[in-house]
Design a binder for this molecule. Structure first.
Ligand code: 5GP
Ligand code: MN
Length: 350
């Protein structure tokens, strides 16, 4: 299957061939797809192209996913903002993965805008900011940025001839596995075809699943029980749960340890939309998941300053700007979703 017009691939090949210092950037609060695609491209640059590369994370990787990262070549911009800005100022090629624009890179947004390197976007979200890049590979009909990156790398003249190494393929398998919720959502014919090719190439999926899903701390599952206990369901079929500071402290819930909670309420027949809030400094982080016909991405944009995919989106709810205090979050969710569920489809421009 050929996803790309030849001229774009040839331009990318020329960019890669000319690059000496590449910077790879993924979205803030990186998930398995961001870390998997970022690591895969880092390893590709080093092992297949002899290009010096650095993977710049806007903030740190959640500890359950840190195993995906290689031992070197990764920088955390939140820890060292000056170093990150210097990297972006010095590189001659920038590749952004799993994000549709610089606004998804939190405090790195300014240094990204100032970056003078050639800029490439490889992403699977709606509404890519095409103006900000020299070359854009954007498809929404793929499972993940990892899948799209694989297609791009395979289409390049040099990679088509040889096998991509396992250090590239294994993180790609991790990214497609986590973004599809272990092949439950966003699975296309191309997704299973790629998975089959990776298995045939020797990716150890059993070992990967063990690292991804069998190594959590017990507290995650205690918290999951309490999350389901406190979940509310509105008459419109909206399930919501708010994990406030007290809850997060009680279970010592760290970043990444509530991954996937938001999907659970969709198992209930009457639920069409799941809204999950986690308290942070001055805001809640919001995760939305929906069934077909309900546009999580539209709700994220309209009510939570965010965006994402049609049925998996996210954003933020600020206090005191959106709600006077954290205690007002339940009322806010009830009122915006009651209105939204009267007409929950995608906006007409999409
Ligand atoms: P999650 O709920 O797993 O954090 O995110 C689900 C999807 O929504 C991801 O594709 C992610 O990129 C997107 N998303 C999450 N938070 C935000 C946000 O604050 N802004 C935008 N534009 N997208 C978000
Ligand atoms: Mn993704």
């Amino acid at each position: 299957m050929e996803l790309f017009t030849n001229p774009d691939i040839l331009r990318l090949e020329a960019f890669f061939a000319a690059a000496e210092h590449a910077c790879i950037v993924v979205h803030t609060h990186p998930d398995g797809d961001a870390l998997g695609s970022g690591t895969a491209l880092l390893e590709y640059f080093r092992r297949c192209r002899g290009v010096q590369a650095i993977l710049l994370l806007p903030d740190s990787a959640p500890s359950p996913l840190a195993f995906l990262l290689p031992g070197s070549g990764v920088a955390d911009a939140a820890q060292d903002p000056d170093g990150a800005a210097a990297c972006l100022a010095a590189c001659d090629l920038l590749v952004c993965l799993d994000m549709n624009g610089f606004g998804r890179a939190s405090d790195l947004e300014g240094p990204l805008r100032a970056c003078r390197a050639r800029k490439v976007l490889i992403d699977h979200h709606l509404h890519p900011d095409r103006e900000a890049f020299d070359l854009v590979f954007s498809r929404t009909q793929v499972s993940s940025a990892s899948e799209l990156l694989y297609r791009v790398l395979r289409a390049l003249p040099d990679a088509a001839s040889g096998q991509l190494p396992l250090q590239v393929l294994t993180p790609l398998m991790a990214g497609m596995t986590t973004d599809t919720n272990n092949f439950a959502n966003s699975v296309f014919p191309s997704t299973l075809q790629m998975a089959s090719e990776l298995l045939a190439a020797g990716v150890d999926r059993d070992a990967l699943l063990d690292r991804l899903y069998h190594r959590y701390r017990e507290n995650r599952f205690r918290a999951m029980g309490a999350f389901l206990e406190r979940m509310q369901i509105t008459p419109e079929g909206v399930a919501y749960a708010i994990l406030d500071r007290e809850f997060l402290q009680r279970f010592d819930l760290q970043d990444g340890e509530s991954e996937g909670f938001v999907n659970l309420p969709l198992g209930i027949g009457s639920v069409r939309l799941s809204v999950f809030l986690k308290e942070d400094d001055g805001h809640f982080r919001v995760s939305l998941r929906s069934k077909a016909g309900v546009s999580a991405s539209r709700l994220a944009a309209e009510a939570f300053h965010g965006g994402g995919h049609e049925c998996a989106a996210g954003g933020k709810l600020y206090f005191p700007e959106d709600i006077a205090a954290p205690a007002g979050a339940a009322d806010y969710i009830q009122s915006v979703t009651a209105r939204f569920m009267r007409n929950p489809g995608p906006s007409r421009t999409e």
